[in-house]
Design a binder for this molecule. Sequence first.
Ligand code: ATP
Length: 199
Amino acid sequence: MYLKRLEMTGFKSFANRTELEFVPGVTAVVGPNGSGKSNVTDGIRWVLGEQSAKSLRGAKMEDVIFAGSDSRKPVGYCEVSMTFDNSERRLPVDYTEVTVTRRVYRSGESEYFLNRQLCRLKDINELFMDTGIGKDAYSMIGQGKIDEILSTKSEDRRAIFEEAAGIVKYKARKKEAEKRLDGTEQNLSRIHDLIHELD
Ligand code: ATP
């Protein structure tokens, strides 16, 4: 599996639809200061569900939408699509290519799509679970990330190994099952109280 394509429209400095094609192997993005290199990685993190404007180097989420320039008016929405080659079926869906898309309007309304079908962020998170791909996963190593990993708490470091070992989805399912069990136990306890009152 590898990243095949990144398309950005109205995202940060990419006012026009911009398409980057990647090939297997190493790709280097080069350009002068301020030309938008980091905006490309911001786009990748954003489409994977990043919710923190600060970690996208903005003050509020609206800052990811092209804000206008001397020669261009601001735009009303932005969209980023990221396409993976899935010919080896590493992602558990029966498609050779998988495209995830996020769109946001100035009103704050945000939408996610999987292969152009409207979906929830949860669906995207579940799809990439245990692959190392994700807004906080180890496939994105930003500046200072190595230091952060080394100095972080051992439990946090353990999460990285768990993702690599492929057990995160089982832990997530266990947590959901425990939540449901908890709810059922509370309902049962309420029923017992009612029975007690009726007796
Ligand atoms: P450096 O090499 O200095 O790290 P870079 O190539 O990584 O630079 P970026 O930080 O990706 O550059 O891009 C910064 C540029 O993006 C700035 O010119 C900034 O004005 C522009 N930019 C960021 N957000 C927006 C926005 N919402 N609308 C328009 N332009 C934006």
